[in-house]
Design a protein around this ligand. Structure first.
Ligand code: 13P
Length: 287
């Protein structure tokens, strides 16, 4: 059964570790993340961007696939199915499709409009027992056409959104989706500290988990980050393993072209990346 992310994140914040959100793109991705979470006895959040939802034939298909797969694979660790960077309309579609967690990304609206729309979704999600993530100060880089400029959030605006009763809060602290450029100056821990001072027990979310050095991840967790999103890193490890298989000509020998063989190294590579991140974030054994 899918669960809201509320309990797992409150436990993570109190226990000084973070739960990984791993974005899914297809059946192999979903299976790799679920099996790794179960093997490591870790809670997990499956992230679905609007683009990935469309690619996987819509949110209902995704929700059905995930719940059926959990049943067939006998997954017993807590799993939240979460809309990633949802639009206002997309949030309602996912609530209807059976997602257990929603991110409404109103960071591109003027703050008052972000507050009003988030307030409305807080009420709906509370009534339905779903967790809700809100965002202040857009995340840098590009994800599914949503472009942010590496903004740093205003802690007072973070408090205004946190006070609405959201479950978790994503705040820009110089983080970027995708690979970090060579001239990246690192996370703004001063801002993170100020945000945590004003938002107290609220679990904070770090987007753009790919490529952040381990010591910065650990420091962010020590300053109140309880959810870390990883997407690109699984894509890169999947692509590298698939490239190696083909460059070694393995698809040309015997039945190596069988998709179950062709996609197997990439599948194992995703599992290895998810394991590495869960160990780093400290969520192993916390289910
Ligand atoms: P990366 O692709 O940089 O890992 O970021 C993922 C993310 O933040 C999803 O919202």
């Amino acid at each position: 059964m899918l669960v809201s992310a509320k309990d797992m994140l409150n436990k993570a914040k109190a226990g000084h570790y973070a739960v990984g959100q791993f974005n899914i793109n297809n059946l192999e991705w979903t299976k790799a993340v679920l099996l790794t979470a179960q093997e490591l006895n870790s809670p997990v959040i499956l992230g679905v961007s609007e683009g990935a939802g469309k690619y996987m034939c819509g949110y209902k298909t995704v929700a059905s696939m995930v719940t059926a797969m959990m049943d067939e694979l006998k997954i017993t660790v807590p799993v939240a199915l979460h809309l990633d960077h949802g639009s206002y309309e997309g949030s309602f579609k996912c609530i209807e499709a059976g997602f257990s967690s929603i991110m409404f990304d109103g960071s591109h609206y003027p703050i008052d409009e972000n507050i009003e729309k988030t307030r409305e979704l807080v009420k709906i999600c509370k009534d339905k027992g779903l967790s809700l993530e809100a965002e202040v100060g857009s995340i840098g880089g590009e994800e599914d056409g949503v472009i942010g400029a590496g903004e740093v959030a205003d802690p007072k605006e973070c408090k205004a959104i946190a006070d609405l009763g959201v479950t978790m809060l994503a705040a820009g602290i110089g983080n970027i989706h995708g690979k970090y450029p060579a001239n990246w100056t690192g996370l703004r821990f001063d801002t993170l500290d100020d945000i945590q001072a004003l938002t107290g027990d609220m679990p904070l979310v770090l987007h753009g988990g790919t490529g952040i050095p381990d010591d910065m991840i650990k420091k962010a967790i020590s300053l109140g980050v309880a959810k870390i999103n990883v997407n690109t890193e699984c894509q890169l490890s999947f692509a590298a393993a698939t490239r190696k298989y083909i460059e070694e000509g393995k698809d040309l020998s015997g039945k190596g072209f069988d998709p179950r063989k062709l996609l197997a190294p990439g599948f194992e590579a995703i599992k290895a990346t998810v394991k590495e991140k869960m160990e780093l974030f400290g969520s192993v054994g916390k289910a």
